[in-house]
Design a protein around this ligand. Structure first.
Ligand SMILES: Nc1ncnc2c1ncn2[C@@H]1O[C@H](COP(=O)(O)OP(=O)(O)O)[C@@H](O)[C@H]1O
Ligand SMILES: [Mg+2]
Length: 270
C-alpha cells in the first residue's frame, strides 16, 4: 500500500482545496502568495510547514485560522463538537496578555468558552504543571522570561482543546537551548493530548523532530513542492533523535528541496 493510500485511511481533520491568495501592493503590483494549495491533514496529526521566507507560510496559517480570507478555494475543519474553538494559535510574537497572570492567561480561552470554574481550575493546573510553570502561576508576563511567556502561550493553546492548533514559528525568537527544551515539552504534551497541529518553522531540525509529515512550500508563488513523511519512531527525544541515521537523510532531503529557493532565483537558469 502506498503512503498516499495509507493517509487516506486516517480521518481527515482539515481539508484544503485549491486555495489561492493574492495580495495587491499599493503600486498595483500583484503578489501571488499562495497558488493551488491542496492538503489533507489527519485527525491528531502533527504537520510542519517549511519554506523560504516570504513563501506564504504565515498567510496559509492565517487563512486556516480565519484571520484572512482566501481569494478562492476552501478550508474545511471537521469539528469534534460544539463548545470548542475550531483553532487556537501560538504566534512568534508573544501573544499573552500582559495584564493577566500566567494562570489567567492559560485559562483565558476556557473563560470565553464558559467552562465551569471548577473544571477550569483543574485544566489550568494540569497545563501549568505540564509546562513547568507551577512556581510562576501568579506571575505577570513582564516578570517572566521570553521562554516562559511562550510556555504560557503553548499551555493556553493546549488547554483550549481546540480542533486544530496553529503555531507560527512559536520558538523563533528564543535562544537555541530554550528552544530545545520547549520542543521537548511540545513532544510530551502532544504525546499525551494528541491534537491536530499545524506548525510553521524555518528550522529543519525542529520540523523533523516534531512532525509526522512535513509540507515543503516553494517560493513565489507559494505552492506545495513536496510532502515528506517523517518515519522516526515515537516517543521521541530531541537530542537522541539526532544520532538516528534516518534523521540525517531527512535533513539532507529537506535541504535539497529548499536550497534553491533560499539562495534566490538562480535555480531558474539551471
Ligand atoms: N498584508 C499583506 N499585504 C501585501 N503583501 C503581503 C501581506 N502579507 C503577506 N504578503 C506577502 O505575501 C507573501 C507571503 O508572506 P508570508 O505568508 O508572510 O510568508 P512567510 O510566512 O512564509 O515568510 C510575501 O511576499 C509577503 O510580502
Ligand atoms: Mg511568516
Amino acid at each position: 500500500m502506498s503512503h498516499a493510500q495509507e493517509s487516506d485511511l486516517r480521518s481527515t481533520k482539515i481539508a484544503i482545496k485549491r486555495l489561492h491568495k493574492n495580495f495587491w501592493l499599493r503600486d498595483g503590483q500583484k503578489v501571488e502568495a499562495l497558488r493551488d494549495i491542496e492538503l489533507d491533514i489527519g485527525e491528531g496529526e502533527f504537520v510542519s510547514i517549511i519554506g523560504a521566507s516570504g513563501c506564504g507560510k504565515t498567510t496559509l496559517l492565517r487563512i486556516i485560522g480565519g484571520f484572512e480570507d482566501a481569494d478562492s478555494g476552501s478550508v474545511e475543519i471537521r469539528s469534534a463538537g460544539q463548545g470548542r474553538l475550531a483553532t487556537s494559535t501560538v504566534f512568534q510574537e508573544e501573544s499573552v496578555f500582559p495584564w493577566l497572570t500566567a494562570e489567567e492567561n492559560v485559562g483565558y480561552g476556557l473563560r470565553i468558552l464558559k467552562v465551569p470554574a471548577q473544571e477550569r481550575r483543574s485544566i489550568i493546573d494540569h497545563f501549568i504543571e505540564k509546562v513547568g510553570l507551577g512556581p510562576f502561576r501568579k506571575a505577570y508576563p513582564a516578570q517572566l522570561s521570553g521562554g516562559m511567556r511562550q510556555r504560557v502561550s503553548v499551555a493556553r493553546a493546549f488547554a483550549n482543546q481546540p480542533d486544530v492548533l496553529l503555531m507560527d514559528e512559536p520558538f523563533g525568537a528564543l535562544d537555541e537551548q530554550t528552544r530545545l527544551v520547549l520542543q521537548d515539552e511540545v513532544l510530551r504534551l502532544w504525546n499525551e493530548h494528541r491534537r491536530t497541529v499545524l506548525f510553521v518553522t524555518h528550522n529543519l531540525d525542529e520540523a523533523i523532530t516534531l512532525s509526522d509529515r512535513i509540507i515543503v512550500l516553494g517560493a513565489r508563488p507559494g505552492r506545495v513542492k513536496a510532502v515528506i513523511d517523517v518515519d522516526l519512531p515515537r516517543p521521541r527525544n530531541v537530542i537522541s533523535l539526532r544520532s538516528n541515521a534516518r534523521y540525517g537523510e531527512l535533513y539532507q532531503r529537506l535541504w535539497d528541496l529548499l536550497r534553491n529557493d533560499i539562495a534566490g532565483s538562480d535555480g531558474g537558469h539551471a
